[in-house]
Design a protein around this ligand. Structure first.
Ligand code: NAP
Length: 274
């Protein structure tokens, strides 16, 4: 049986649901539960909370065994809106609480002051709408400001772009120094980290796939990974990545794959470069 460790309070491997919608979402989430995933990552922005909730409520796995994350989009960071967004998410999910509630992106250009929305999200935890709170796409400055408001130990994770081809070192080191685990989104670099000479060579040694090696590299670094796939076989394959133990030599070779490819939506903050 594949055992998934917990990094801080978050199960280290989860199923990402971005782009999964309708019947496909229902089938993928149901299959993910059946192969063993207990951690599911959704967001108000993904417009699939209804399906994610329906699929999870339809399984025989008890709610307490699941770890459900949702996120508040940056257009809902104003006063009272973090609460409104969260209540709407819970309604769509058909759940009384989520396990982790994230600020999806910091407010662009600090339109809404960070202390205001961090205080509001913390109050939602105090009221039990979420078991834990965290952040996503926060830079070093945002992390420091968030720590000043809620304390580092309250921030369950910073979910950022991170994979074997993009190590995102400045924010990773900063969060690790503060004791905040990183969650890797785009853990397979949108599929780019599922092939390539080095990954495939190491995969062969472990009788694994290149994608499994890419995920195993993340887990070995202490990062939570939330790969997505629309393919039932790959959903299971990704979960079994937790069975692989890379040698220090494998890890060193994979470390050399680091590059600087990253997503840059219009609302992104100025990323840390050092
Ligand atoms: N916080 C944020 O701002 C943020 C941003 C982006 C994403 N996320 C979260 O992170 C999750 C993962 O990110 P992502 O879905 O964008 O990227 P990803 O997981 O890096 O890549 C998904 C892509 O990889 C392919 N793939 C998956 N498993 C594979 C395998 N074993 N072998 C070969 N190809 C494989 C999938 O194709 P197939 O479907 O054909 O398998 C899909 O095209 C999202 O679902 C979402 O929950 C968060």
């Amino acid at each position: 049986m594949t055992l998934i460790p917990t990094y801080g309070v978050v199960p280290a491997l989860g199923y990402g649901t971005f782009m999964r919608k309708g019947d496909e979402c229902l089938a993928c989430v149901d299959h993910a539960v059946n192969v063993g995933y207990r951690h599911f990552d959704t967001a108000a922005f993904y417009e699939n909370e209804v399906e994610v909730g329906q699929a999870l409520r339809g399984t025989s796995v008890a709610r307490e065994e699941l770890f459900v994350t949702t996120k508040v989009w940056f257009d809902h960071l104003g006063k009272g809106q973090v609460r409104a967004s969260t209540e709407a998410s819970l309604e769509r999910l058909g759940m009384d609480y989520v396990d982790l509630l994230l600020i999806h992106w910091p407010s662009p250009n600090d339109e809404v002051p960070l202390p205001q929305y961090m205080e509001e999200i913390a109050s939602l935890k105090a009221e039990g709408l979420t078991k834990n709170i965290g952040v996503s796409n926060f830079t070093k400055r945002h992390i420091d400001e968030a720590i000043a408001v809620v304390g580092a130990s309250e921030i369950a994770t910073n979910q950022c772009e991170l994979n074997v081809m993009f190590h995102n070192e400045p924010i990773v080191t900063h969060c690790q120094d503060a004791g905040i685990p990183m969650t890797a989104y785009l853990p397979l670099a949108k599929g780019a980290a599922s092939s390539g000479g080095e990954l495939e060579r190491i995969a062969k040694k472990h009788d694994a796939t290149a994608a499994q090696i890419a995920l195993s590299w993340l887990l070995g670094k202490g990062h939570i990974a939330i790969p997505s796939s629309s393919n039932l076989e790959r959903i299971e394959q990704n979960f079994r990545a937790a069975d692989i133990s890379l040698s220090p030599g494998d890890t060193m070779e994979l470390d050399a794959l680091n590059g600087d490819r990253r997503v840059q939506p219009a609302w992104a903050p100025d990323w840390d470069v050092a």
